[in-house]
Write a protein that binds this ligand. Structure first.
Ligand code: SF4
Ligand code: SF4
Length: 122
C-alpha cells in the first residue's frame, strides 16, 4: 500500500521527503511550477515503492504508511494523494480542492501548530 501525506504538511511543506525518496514519487518538487501554490505535497500511489524513507525525514510526522493506517480525520487526504498528478491541471485542481475542503471541515486541527498536529489526529 502506498504511503500518504496528511495535514501536518500544511504550513510546513519543506520538501524534506522529496530529497530522500528514491523513486521521485513525491510532488510537486521545489523545481516544479505547482510547488508555489500547492497546499501540501502528494505521494503518487502507483509509483511509491513503500520503502519508508520519507517517514523519518518528515519533521512533522505527516506521512502514514498506508491508507489503512491513516487516521479517520485524514481519510480524505488519501484520495487527494491518489488523484494528484504533477503537470495535469485537472488532477492538481481536484487534489487541491480535496485539501481545501479538509481545511474547511477541520478548523480544530488546522489551528494546531503543524509540529503538534499529528498528535491530535483521530
Ligand atoms: S515510502 Fe519511499 S517510495 Fe514511497 S514516498 Fe516514501 S520515500 Fe518515496
Ligand atoms: S517532509 Fe513532511 S512536511 Fe515536509 S514536505 Fe514532506 S510531508 Fe510535507
Amino acid at each position: 500500500m502506498p504511503f500518504v501525506i496528511t495535514d501536518p504538511c500544511i504550513g510546513t511543506k519543506d520538501a524534506a521527503c522529496v530529497d530522500v525518496c528514491p523513486v521521485d514519487c513525491i510532488h510537486p518538487r521545489k523545481d516544479e511550477p505547482e510547488f508555489a501554490t500547492a497546499t501540501i505535497l502528494y505521494i503518487h500511489p502507483e509509483e511509491c515503492i513503500d520503502c519508508g524513507a520519507c517517514v523519518p525525514a518528515c519533521p512533522v510526522a505527516a506521512i502514514y504508511d498506508s491508507a489503512e493506517s491513516t487516521p479517520a480525520s485524514q481519510k480524505a487526504l488519501v484520495e487527494a494523494n491518489a488523484v494528484y498528478r504533477a503537470g495535469e491541471p485537472d488532477a492538481v485542481a481536484r487534489a487541491e480542492a480535496i485539501v481545501k475542503s479538509h481545511i474547511e471541515t477541520h478548523p480544530d486541527l488546522i489551528a494546531v501548530p503543524p509540529a503538534e498536529r499529528a498528535a491530535a489526529h483521530a
